[in-house]
Ligand binder design. Structure first.
Ligand code: 0RA
Length: 656
């Protein structure tokens, strides 16, 4: 065991102990994000091996014992003895901080990036970790453990149990890493199958030709256990997937190449929708907050299309250029760059900061687009995009005028708020809550039941407009939507300013039935498209009214789902009454306050965007104009009381 291993490693192991003392410095958090970081770290190393052409299959298996196994069919980790340290390369990689998984950086054009903390960090934060290497007809093995001193309770992280060992002969090639995250480090050590699976699929799109195999051995159902992702079309397949339930109006355009030490890949395809969906990545890592690569890409697109519009006579000399937004209406694009030393910025490290990247992407992309637009065979698609942009520009101009008028009006009349809004008396936005309530009768109960010091009520009459199917000018013409925008105070789209938000919590309160679910979907779609930071910064919530009230004598219990009801009915005996609430309207003001609005005891579900590409797909499926995928989806998730319904769902799951 660990005890009999040589003493000279102690100094080496100090580094790993430091990781355990301050996990946050290496993996950000010890919550779910940090936990999954361990998986990405190991997978990144396997991808490096694949993108250098040595491997084409990567498997990730979530095991019953809580460990995670990552396999690749690459060259196998190097096993030779390190000349200075006198131990195997495998041992150096897994015990030396910064030696990292990138044993020899020369082998990699662009390595892992954000993660890049090295396999040793994974070892340091695991109960145990095993490495199997298959190369040169030999199977090598090594095991590491974190051991606790029985007297001092001090934990030594990632100690080798023995040196790297030859355990057999083999004809296989590759590396298998298995690790069990340490429960003493992480808040929760259970891996999320959804998180891992979604990420592997994304990686499969970004690394064409590499087969990713996901297996969850923890679930019984054989059919759901295993998934394979292999996309020979790469980014074209990715964009095809994002547009699957939209109506496309052009062929996908693909641009790939190396420039100034960077790799840039872009795929663009236009649809007849009015929204822009740009997903960007740096070294395979999503950058939902954009950054210099996106700025360069957008600038190139705007310039190339404006030049083309002039050349083709659509824009006359006296005309102003069209705006970037106009050319991005209906655009679905994936932008993936690989850069040497990525600098990730922003609250969630979701934005690329490297200033050198912008001009490189802009020039490269500009040249490619210009060539593309000159090509005779691309003329019909290019014309469609121009037409769409010209229309978008007209609408934008009309909307701007309308908004200016609306703003002036606001100022003149000192915001004669939305007649329907019952505002609160408190003026501290950080404490205030806005309830958006389905229906006038529930709205009435909410007004009477609330604590008016910090709770405002906005009842919605009927259904607000589905913004997915409309242009901005039509969206703004809708009264329900307008009163919501005025109430929130932030403005929308490019004018959105979170610092003007008048309520810290925006709580959607709708019935637990189909209509209610529809209203929730419409509101979330609107926020997603026009006020995204409202969601990403955690201001949007779903109120959860109870479904049942169980009463016996003086005592009554509210139950929010069937599980709670069963719990409440256990051993209750005879003589109780069960009331089922069909809608919010059935509750009187006191009940509504007690069960749904009172911060002490109410249930709220915070809306978040776990996975941007999935959210995009879900909004398209639920609110877009194709009926079939929506029917499939609703059939699949017919139980509208489950809060899981707000989770994004993939097309394959809908099909499954
Ligand atoms: C550098 C050199 C060699 C292999 C690797 C890296 C390697 C690293 C990882 C990480 C996960 N899987 C991996 N597979 C290979 C050996 C180069 C040689 O064969 O000479």
């Amino acid at each position: 065991m660990a005890q009999n291993y040589t003493a000279k490693d102690i100094t080496v192991l100090d580094g790993l102990d430091a990781v355990r003392m301050r996990p946050g410095m290496y993996i950000g958090t010890t919550g779910p994000r940090g936990l999954h970081h361990l998986v990405w770290e190991i997978v990144d190393n396997a991808i490096d091996e694949a993108s250098n052409g040595y491997a084409d299959e990567i498997s990730v298996t979530l095991k019953k014992d809580g460990s995670c196994e990552v396999t690749d069919n690459g060259r196998g980790l190097p096993v030779d003895i390190h000349p200075k340290l006198g131990v195997s390369a495998v041992e150096v990689i897994y015990t030396q901080l910064h030696a990292g998984g990138k044993f020899d950086n020369k082998n990699y054009a662009y390595s892992g990036g954000l993660h890049g903390v090295g396999a040793s960090v994974v070892n340091a934060l695991s109960e145990w970790c095993t490495v199997d290497v298959y190369r040169d007809f030999t199977h090598y093995q090594m095991r590491f453990e974190s051991v606790e001193d029985p007297k001092t309770h001090k934990i030594t992280s990632g100690r080798p149990c023995a040196p790297l060992e030859k355990v057999g002969n083999t004809r296989k090639r590759g590396t298998v890493i298995c690790f069990k995250p340490d429960w003493r480090v992480f808040e929760d050590t259970e891996f999320s199958a959804d998180t891992v699976r979604h990420r592997l699929r994304e990686l499969a799109y970004l690394n064409k030709g590499v087969r990713f195999i996901f297996t969850d051995e923890r679930i019984k159902d054989e059919n759901l256990r295993r998934r394979e992702y292999l996309y020979d079309g790469g980014l074209i397949d990715f964009v095809g997937y994002l547009n699957k339930d939209k109506t496309v109006i052009t062929e996908p355009m693909l641009f790939e190449g190396d420039t100034s030490g960077m790799r840039v890949r872009v795929c663009i395809q236009y649809t007849d929708s009015y929204t822009e969906s740009l997903f960007s990545f740096v070294n395979n890592i999503p950058t939902p907050e954009g950054g210099t690569h996106e700025t360069g890409f957008k600038a190139a697109l705007t310039k190339a299309f404006n030049d083309y519009a002039r050349k083709s006579g659509v824009l006359k000399e006296k005309d102003n250029n069209l705006a970037g937004d106009d050319f991005r209406e209906g655009m679905t694009a994936v932008l993936a760059v690989n850069v040497k030393n990525p600098q990730f910025e922003g609250q969630t490290k979701g934005r690329l900061g490297n200033t050198e990247v912008r001009p490189i992407v802009e020039n490269w992309m500009g040249e490619r687009l210009a060539v593309y637009l000159e090509d005779l065979k691309n003329q019909s698609g290019a014309k469609l995009i121009l037409d769409k942009a010209v229309k978008a520009a007209k609408v934008r101009e009309a909307t701007r005028k309308a908004r200016d008028v609306a703003r002036q009006k606001n100022e003149l009349e000192a915001a004669p708020l939305v007649g329907k809004l019952s505002s609160c008396t408190g003026r501290d936005a950080k404490l205030n809550e806005l309830f958006i309530v389905e229906g006038d009768s529930a709205g009435g109960s909410a007004k009477q039941g609330r604590d008016r010091r910090f709770q405002a009520i906005l009842p919605l009459r009927g259904k607000p407009l589905n913004s997915e199917k409309k242009r901005l000018d039509q969206v703004l013409a809708n009264e329900e939507i307008r009163s919501m925008i005025t109430a929130l105070g932030t403005g929308i789209g490019e004018d959105f300013d979170i610092s003007r938000l008048k309520y810290d919590k925006v709580i959607i309160l709708s019935d637990a039935d189909q209509d209610g679910a529809h209203i929730r979907a419409i509101l979330l779609t609107f926020f997603y498209r026009y006020m995204k930071p409202l969601i990403t910064e955690g201001h949007v919530y779903m109120g959860m009214p109870p479904l049942y009230k169980v009463q016996k004598g003086e005592k009554s219990v509210y139950c929010y789902d069937d599980r709670e009801l069963n719990e409440a009915l256990k051993g209750i005996g005879k003589g109780y009454t069960l009331q089922r609430y069909k809608g919010l309207g059935e509750m009187n003001p006191e009940q509504l306050w007690e069960t749904t609005m009172n911060p002490e005891g109410r249930k709220l579900t915070q809306v978040s965007i776990e996975d941007d590409t999935e959210a995009e797909r879900m909004v398209t499926i639920l609110m877009g104009d194709k009926v079939e995928p929506r029917k499939d989806y609703i059939f699949m998730y017919a139980d509208f009381n489950k809060k899981d319904n707000f989770k994004p769902v993939t097309a394959e799951e809908v099909k499954a």
